[in-house]
Design a protein around this ligand. Structure first.
Ligand SMILES: [Fe+2]
Ligand SMILES: [Fe+2]
Length: 271
């Protein structure tokens, strides 16, 4: 069944109406560019994973828009819960495509492509720790059980587990128990193919103790991630990014991509 190819997207930050602007960008327009672009993709990914912040602030209309917009794409979409989402809303509005539900309350589930497992983890904690996330004891147990199966697994979660060498982000945006999470993964590194996340609105790749962590840019506004930065800074171009991920025997490939202003791929110049 390998190679397995999927698209990683995140942080669409949809609003309550289609005129919604956040960080100088119309988030509906930016996401529509992506949707138009993937209609002309020259290959078919197995699925598209959205690692959270579907809407900018739990907007019901945003989830409804997402649910209807992805209907004609004919590629399964999966969603993790971001800090600007509520798991109940995601579970209510967005299908998990018959994935195996691993928590009654949280947005945690598992699906397979061939023999390979994929698992969403729900890092949304209590409001007091926001924008940090946390992996609850319940989910840590679910994850331990998954690792005991001995299967190859790829994980999806909204939050970064480990520091990113950027002061504000490292102090404010990480999982509060990211080190414990990482140690569990590192003790099963031969099974864990990668941990894919969003939240930081920037593509990044980190390899620690044999565990690969990879984030993707946002659909509309990108954070800067300079080392000594003491506050969040944005680049507001309205340009959205996605990653094409290939999981193959003994390797994982990640390619950052964008659709320039919503042009169909086949209208882009070939030389
Ligand atoms: Fe976000
Ligand atoms: Fe976020």
């Amino acid at each position: 069944m390998i190679p397995i190819r999927f698209l990683h997207i995140s942080d669409t930050h949809l609003g309550p109406n289609q005129e919604f602007i956040q960080h100088d960008a119309n988030t509906f327009k930016a996401f529509s560019h992506f949707l138009n672009g993937i209609k002309s993709l020259p290959f078919k990914p197995e699925f598209i994973i959205h690692t959270g912040d579907v809407t900018a602030n739990c907007y019901e209309e945003g989830y409804k828009f997402m649910a209807s917009a992805i209907k004609d794409i004919h590629i399964p979409f999966y969603f993790t819960t971001g800090n600007h989402d509520r798991s109940e809303q995601i579970k209510h509005h967005l299908s998990s495509n018959n994935a195996e539900v691993l928590s009654s309350k949280l947005n945690t589930y598992r699906f397979s492509v061939g023999d390979h497992h994929f698992m969403t983890l729900d890092g949304r904690g209590p409001n007091e720790i926001d924008p940090h996330g946390v992996i609850s004891l319940e989910q840590m147990d679910v994850l331990k059980k998954e690792l005991e199966t001995g299967k190859q697994v790829t994980l999806f979660i909204h939050y970064p587990a480990l520091p990113l060498d950027s002061t504000w982000f490292d102090e404010n945006m990480l999982l509060t128990n990211g080190t414990e999470f990482h140690q569990l993964l590192a003790s099963h590194k031969e099974q864990v193919r990668g941990v894919f996340f969003g939240h930081i609105h920037r593509s990044s790749q980190t390899l620690v103790d044999g565990i690969l962590y990879s984030s993707v840019g946002s659909m509309s506004a990108q954070f800067l991630l300079f080392p000594d930065q003491l506050k969040p800074m944005f680049e507001s171009t309205g340009q959205g990014y996605f990653n094409i991920v290939t999981i193959d025997r003994g390797k994982v490939l990640i390619k950052n991509q964008s659709f320039a202003n919503g042009q169909e791929l086949y209208t882009l110049k070939t030389e």
